[in-house]
Write a protein that binds this ligand. Structure first.
Ligand code: SF4
Ligand code: SF4
Length: 366
């Protein structure tokens, strides 16, 4: 970890590409504008502009604020692919807490990998901090988990969904980082936009009542040690750099994408008629064919698009359920078919317990 540059404050915004791209951009710009209006120098920049954004993978924006440092120092800090550390990470969607897999060859990183010791992890969620800890890996230094209460914003495919998330996060920042942006700074910035009183009220509401804090001690959270995968070097390649074809039910272990999803498919094997439509339509070839002809999703490769649930001809045989209903992740996903084979009765109860939580996709499906 590099040494902290005096007077420089760095914020990372982790968002889902496509789903939250405009939201992240507007938030990053808003923080930078507010900091500039308060007399600091600040800029925002994006790390990714292509592939991870296409499939909903976690991607990153950064804001660098120089409080007392010169514009040149700020430029030097921003002139890198991503900072070595950040003072605060803002996570726009609590399901990202299950891992950041921005580039597949970096493996599944902890969401707070870049967070400086004693930094702030700010998460948009409707869950309380104690619930969220179950999804966050432990680390050997303390940090503060901050929950800015609210729905995740995922309606951002091509246009910005102005649902108050930007204001809510700005209110949370004013509450927990007053040395970076005060409430007056936030009000001044929001007052310069359209619908100023509505925006300021949203930020005030977050500031006054919707922010929860929890100090997280070293060792608290999931046991997970991040190690980038060891990729094959050029000497490991076959002659002519040929790439061997994969057999059915095989996949490249280095290129997973399981952290790209808000929702996952859960299969009711008891109702499945083995029509194979889910297997045929899945754009990521996620389904393995089982020896008895069922189709089992390899969840480490699923992007959560819901197409399998849409094409399945038997109602409520594939349901899409919020990722945060499952305390797995970080590369370890339940094997649904195996669980069903082990105990059909227990699996059926589990499936039925998930049905009420699958309403969003059920509505879309029908
Ligand atoms: S949601 Fe279904 S169709 Fe979409 S990637 Fe996952 S398994 Fe494939
Ligand atoms: S689409 Fe539905 S019914 Fe058809 S194989 Fe897949 S899970 Fe079974």
């Amino acid at each position: 970890m590099s040494v902290q540059v005096p007077g420089i404050y760095t914020i990372e915004i982790i968002y889902r590409g496509i789903h939250q791209r405009h939201l992240a951009r507007n938030l990053a710009r808003g923080i930078a504008y507010a900091a500039r209006m308060a007399g600091n120098v600040a800029l925002s920049y994006q790390r990714y502009g292509d592939d991870p954004e296409r499939d909903g993978s976690p991607a990153k924006y950064f804001v660098v604020i120089a409080k007392g440092a010169s514009e040149e120092v700020l430029d030097a800090e921003a002139a890198r692919v991503e900072p070595d550390y950040v003072d605060a990470s803002i996570v726009l969607d609590d399901s990202i807490l299950k891992g950041v897999e921005s580039w597949a060859w970096q493996g599944i990183q902890p969401v707070h990998l870049k967070l400086r010791p004693s930094g702030l992890l700010i998460v948009i969620s409707k869950r309380n901090p104690d619930e969220l800890i179950k999804f966050i890996p432990s680390r050997d230094s303390p940090y503060t988990l901050v929950v800015a209460y609210g729905e995740r914003s995922i309606g951002d495919f091509w246009t910005f969904q102005d649902d108050g998330t930007v204001e809510r996060v700005l209110g949370a920042i004013a509450r927990v980082l007053p040395n970076v942006l005060s409430l007056d700074d936030v009000k001044k910035y929001l007052g310069s936009l359209d619908k100023p009183s509505e925006r300021i009220n949203r930020a005030l509401e977050a500031y006054q009542s919707l922010v929860k804090l929890r100090e997280v001690k070293p060792g608290e959270g999931l046991p997970y040690k991040y190690e980038p995968p060891h990729l094959p070097g050029w000497k490991d390649m076959m002659i002519g750099a040929a790439i061997p074809g994969l057999k059915p039910n095989q996949r490249n272990p280095y290129f997973t994408g399981g952290t790209a999803k808000h929702y996952r498919p859960v299969i009711n094997f008891d109702k499945c008629i083995k029509c194979s439509l889910c297997w045929e339509y899945c754009p990521d070839s996620v389904f393995d064919v089982t020896p008895d002809g069922y189709f089992n999703p390899a969840l480490a490769y699923c992007k959560g698009c819901g197409i399998c649930a849409e094409v399945c001809p038997v109602p409520d045989t594939i349901i899409m359920v919020d990722e945060m209903e499952f305390e797995d992740g970080y590369g370890k996903f339940i094997d649904e078919y195996k669980a069903w084979k082990e105990s059909k009765e227990a699996y059926r109860k589990w499936f039925e317990s998930l049905l009420p939580k699958a309403q969003i996709i059920s509505v879309r499906k029908r």
